[in-house]
Ligand binder design. Structure first.
Ligand code: HEC
Length: 292
């Protein structure tokens, strides 16, 4: 719409559309807003420059925060645990959608390319398909009902995914591994122990560093898997192993092995240790407690 009028200075002005924007004489010429201080400004360069500066300040702020407050590390995930893999909550609806009979199995191409292709293609083409001037949502029945339908589908699928997941967990008697880790961390927090493995292996000191058993530990080649500093490598960290194992239990592990660890008794004897040496090695390891 084109209005005609006069501004405060009495100058004749022609407005286009937005009543604050004067009709320009050329395409690039930035409109002159000097008659309306504080009301508006040219997008290029004034507004854009301000946006960029705010953007830079926010970005630097986020960088400073991430450097000063690094994301906390939890206990490492246990690769041996049986888990039902599940995406983060905002992708649950897609996860559930791909379980639908006509989006999986023989119809996987339809599910992954067909339906999503139509949906995203329509979104891309929306500016060309929906050219009406109307902005009120209740006057745009097709666009609005498509949006409401997608929202309803997302809510429904997310809810179904979560319900099914919980049902499956309960049925197989599983506690999600991340919940277990969180529980363990909470337990440690209550006891004042570290809640991350990184800190844990660092903070627990080696008890009786000068004990001759330290040399036996190397001689018996335990160090190949548990490292000279006991922090572990191929095997777990043995710092604080006395918290959970007594001398007899450790002796049994040396003799019979455990999980991925082979029996080490013969190896230790072969490396020149005596039965007594192995006993004192186990006794020394049993003394490795996180708190004294
Ligand atoms: C070939 C690598 C390897 C060698 C050598 C080795 N270990 Fe292990 N050790 C492991 C692995 C892997 C585990 C974890 C076993 C499991 O529970 O699955 C383990 C576990 C242990 C545990 C139990 C830790 C816990 O928290 O459950 C003790 C104690 C232990 N080792 C002591 C020793 C001693 C003492 C020696 C030397 C005589 C030794 N290990 C040599 C690989 C090794």
């Amino acid at each position: 719409m084109v209005h005609k009028g006069k501004d405060e200075s009495g100058e004749k002005v022609v407005y286009v559309g937005d009543s604050r924007v004067r009709k320009g004489s050329g395409f690039i010429t930035p409109p002159d807003y000097t008659a309306y201080p504080g009301k508006s400004e040219a997008f290029i360069p004034n507004f854009l420059l301000k946006e960029w500066m705010v953007g830079v300040v926010v970005l630097v702020g986020i960088l400073v925060l991430t450097i000063s407050e690094p994301a906390p590390l939890g206990f490492p995930a246990d690769a041996r645990a049986t888990v039902i893999p599940i995406p983060d909550w905002y992708f649950l609806f897609l996860y559930q959608y791909l379980k639908l009979p006509y989006a999986s199995g023989d119809y996987i191409v339809l599910g992954t390319l067909g339906v999503t292709g139509v949906a995203f293609g329509a979104l891309l083409l929306a500016p060309f398909l929906d050219t009406g001037r109307e902005r009120r949502f209740y006057k745009r029945p097709i666009a609005s009902s498509l949006m409401l339908l997608s929202l309803a589908a997302i809510v429904y699928l997310t809810n179904t995914a979560w319900t099914e997941y919980k049902h499956e967990m309960a049925e197989t008697g599983q506690i999600p591994e991340d919940v277990q880790r969180e529980e363990k961390a909470a337990e440690n927090r209550a006891k004042g122990l570290p809640t991350t493995s990184a800190v844990q292996t660092e903070d627990i000191a080696i008890v009786d560093k000068d004990d001759p058993a330290m040399a036996l530990f190397k001689q018996a080649t335990c160090v190949t898997c548990h490292a000279v500093d006991l922090k572990g490598g191929g095997g777990p960290s043995l710092r604080g192993v006395g918290d959970t194992h007594d001398q007899a239990a450790i002796l049994a592990i040396i003799k019979e092995g455990q999980g991925q660890m082979p029996p080490m008794y013969e190896t230790a004897l072969g490396a020149g240790l005596t039965d007594q040496d192995i006993d004192s090695l186990a006794a020394w390891l049993a003394k490795q407690k996180s708190e004294q």
